[in-house]
Design a protein around this ligand. Structure first.
Ligand SMILES: [Zn+2]
Length: 447
């Protein structure tokens, strides 16, 4: 048994301990609901929604005839809001709960089980899909898809790809110098991040992630907050390296997303053909204009002030975080001014406490957007970004919308989130039904 299958066996054997028992009837009917469909900024008239298998089969303004209800589980919405499951476009399923030290040092089986427990909690917060922007999430994704662990759909990037010293290089200085072709570092054998220092090495690492099942590829084009070695201002990959990644991903039918905060790193990535900028908090006006002109996606996060507490007081990481936070107001203002294709994500790392506030971070968008704009972003718009994975999309049906034929990823909300977006900040109380892929994972209305 190799290490990977050992981990999987461990997950298979023990995961039922924390899996939420899902009910999977042949059909479910939501009666008398008002629909937020993930696109429109208005609720529908009172409606009835029939889910069969894992898809929304019919939406009707009138109740379904009795013969269509035979064998279906009936949920009386009583005028509540039915909406698409939420999507977090920047998540790290394997790195939410561990500290950086534990992520590196702990047994991989343990790390996978912790990530499985977190995945269940993520789903129970109403996030039915995440776009994973770095980390060895392939085994977790498989266990979730097979119904072994309850969790969201995962669009995995696999290892984030970085340069020597770049964001995501968590090696210790004593591990230098690296011998090209020599043994891999711990973070690399785990599949958390991979170092690549030439176009050829980038091609190898990109193709490896694609072979493992990545739905998109993630490179770190500039400095980052949580990295021990990269200053925030640095630009990392060369143009030739970025182009090699873009070519390999494009040849494989998908796209490259890059971590980039600064105008220089963003502009360089766009010149090399990347599809999506992750973060962008330090962008300036010419950069926003360029993003708009080229139709590039901006996957930006409403970081909370308290995220600073993840980093020790007086540490460089904490200082870098404050610099990013200082750019956030301008970045969101520019995103709105130039009507950038903007995705919502949280990028919560290394903190179980912050993860519990995932919905509160979505509600924080109310600082810049109407509740309806924020919720459209976290559902229908985020799903458009997911669809950029093309044929590498692991869930190729419609996501992020309530319409006939779409995947049945649905939340029944006690109240109207288009009037009060804060409802999503308290999912325990306000999401009375959570359905993913046609399965009911939570239903507090059941007698
Ligand atoms: Zn991230």
């Amino acid at each position: 048994m190799n290490a990977q299958s050992a981990i999987l066996a461990l997950v298979c054997g023990l995961a039922t301990a924390f899996s939420v028992q899902a009910q999977s009837p042949s059909a479910t009917v939501f009666q008398n609901v008002r629909i937020f469909d993930g696109k429109s900024e208005q609720l529908s008239r009172p409606s009835h929604v029939l889910v069969r298998g894992n898809k929304i089969e019919r939406i009707s303004a009138t109740p379904f005839p009795a013969d269509q209800l035979a064998g279906a589980v009936l949920i009386d919405g009583a005028g509540r809001t039915l909406m698409p499951g939420l999507i977090d476009a920047h998540w790290h399923a394997m790195l939410v709960r561990p500290t950086p030290a534990s992520a590196l040092a702990a047994d991989a089986g343990y790390t996978n089980l912790v990530a499985g427990a977190e995945a269940t909690d993520t789903l129970m917060r109403g996030f039915t899909t995440v776009r994973d922007m770095g980390g060895p999430a392939f085994g977790l994704k498989r266990a979730i898809d097979e119904g072994i662990v309850a969790g969201p759909r995962i669009f995995p990037s696999g290892a984030m790809i970085t340069v020597t010293g770049g964001h995501g290089d968590f090696r210790q200085l004593y591990e230098l110098p690296r011998v090209i072709g020599g043994p891999l570092s711990r973070m690399e054998t785990l599949g958390a991040s991979m170092v690549a220092d030439s176009p050829d090495e980038v091609r190898v690492r990109v193709r490896e992630q694609l072979m493992l099942g990545a739905s998109q590829v993630k490179l770190t084009a500039g400095g980052g907050v949580a990295s021990p070695h990269s200053p925030l201002d640095v630009t990392t990959f060369t143009d030739a390296e970025l182009r090699a990644a873009v070519e390999a991903a494009t040849n494989w039918g998908t796209y490259v997303a890059v971590h980039a905060y600064t105008p220089r790193s963003i502009q360089g990535a766009i010149a090399a053909g990347v599809t999506c900028i992750e973060h962008g908090h330090l962008m300036d006006e010419p950069t926003a204009k360029l993003i708009a002109e080229r139709g590039i996606w901006l996957s930006i996060q409403p970081f909370p002030d308290e995220m600073a507490n993840v980093f020790p007081p007086g540490s460089e990481e904490r200082e870098k975080f404050q610099e990013v936070l200082a750019g956030m107001e301008t970045a969101y203002a520019l995103a709105k001014k130039y009507k950038l294709k903007t995705a919502f994500g949280t990028d919560i790392l290394f903190s179980a406490a912050l993860a519990r506030r995932q919905g509160a971070l979505l509600a924080k968008l109310a600082r810049w957007y109407t509740p309806a704009e924020a919720l459209v972003m976290a559902t229908g718009t985020n799903a458009q970004l997911l669809a950029m994975s093309g044929k590498r999309n692991p869930y190729p049906g419609k996501l992020g919308v309530v319409e006939e034929g779409a995947y049945a990823d649905l939340l029944l909300v006690d109240g109207n989130p288009l009037e009060n977006v804060a409802l999503v900040a308290d999912p325990d109380r306000n999401f009375v039904v959570i359905m993913k892929d046609g399965r009911v994972y939570k239903n507090t209305l059941r007698k």
